[in-house]
Ligand binder design. Structure first.
Ligand code: AMP
Length: 275
């Protein structure tokens, strides 16, 4: 594995016109969720590029940018073990200048849910993803369904800007007890970690209700709200939407996502299930 910090160096290394390039962009602090993306990308491509970059433009003032968990040395070992060819780890000044052309996420879908809780977040996500796509020029790029709204907006950017890249959606990976892997799980105290199980339980409850034939979005949402109620949990949203993030009143099997965002203490966690 070659660790690359400079854009031109990576471009030179990837200057193979015929190879299938798989790309897994991450913010590091790698866990089994990231590893599943990397392994899938390894199988499906000739060359595998992963990136680790904690992107400042997607953090709002007051968010956890400066204390976002980092474990670069362990991450390098994980990537090497997963047979990554090139690990791109640029610094902020390599990726950004002071005054640059900006990407604006579409108004409707970027100011709901995550975008309502984190206004401007998706502008920063799309900005960095576009830069990375242009540097790596991947054939296939791998994103987790865990960040469902991010995935949908990246798809839209690929369509709207006619980008020549195939987006591969990857399943959410969970710990044995159901908690979705997240780099932010390390912030949780023991008690908070136990309370956090209510998130995946609420999602499972929704799936169970839908499985029994309950398709009314209001009823499912209320049941989820009840199951998530706890002194330690502050619910940011429970939302059931179609895959284009349009509101629905009735669950459409095969075209529905049940989403949850909560704060436990100061830690913000999201999860979802695709029905
Ligand atoms: P991040 O490092 O949080 O920006 O995540 C990098 C990629 O890993 C994104 O495409 C995420 O959706 C994906 N990811 C994060 N957590 C999980 C998980 N538990 N299961 C599957 N993919 C995940």
């Amino acid at each position: 594995m070659i660790i690359v910090t400079e854009i031109n160096e990576l471009k030179k290394l990837l200057n193979n016109k015929t190879a299938k390039i798989g790309f897994v962009p991450t913010m590091g602090s790698l866990h089994d969720g990231h590893i599943s993306l990397i392994k899938k990308a390894r199988k499906e491509n000739d060359i595998l590029v992963a990136s680790i970059f904690v992107n400042p433009t997607q953090f709002l003032a007051g968010e956890d940018l400066s204390k976002y968990p980092r474990k670069d040395e362990a991450d390098k070992k994980i990537c090497e073990f997963c047979d990554v060819d090139y690990l791109f780890m640029p610094d902020i000044t390599t990726m950004y200048s002071n005054d640059e052309v900006l990407v604006k996420a579409p108004k409707l879908n970027s100011f709901i849910l995550e975008g309502e809780c984190r206004p401007g977040h998706f502008d920063g996500v799309l900005q960095i993803v576009l830069k990375l796509f242009n540097i790596v020029n991947p054939t296939n790029v791998y994103f987790g369904k865990k960040d469902a709204q991010q995935l949908s907006l990246i798809r839209q950017m690929v369509n709207d800007f006619y980008l020549d890249v195939n987006i591969v959606e990857c399943e959410i990976v969970r710990e044995i007890d159901g908690l979705a892997y997240s780099s932010r799980n390390v912030y949780l105290s023991k008690n908070e970690r136990t309370e956090a199980l209510k998130i995946s339980q609420a999602i499972k409850l929704a799936a169970k209700l839908i499985g029994k034939g309950e398709l009314n979005v209001d009823i499912i949402t209320k049941e989820m709200q009840r199951s998530l109620t706890s002194e330690m949990i502050s619910i940011e949203y429970i939302h059931i939407t179609n895959k284009n993030f349009k509101s629905i009143k009735t669950v459409e099997i095969g075209n529905t996502i049940v989403l949850v965002a909560v704060k436990i203490g100061t830690t913000r966690l999201i999860d979802n299930i695709w029905i």
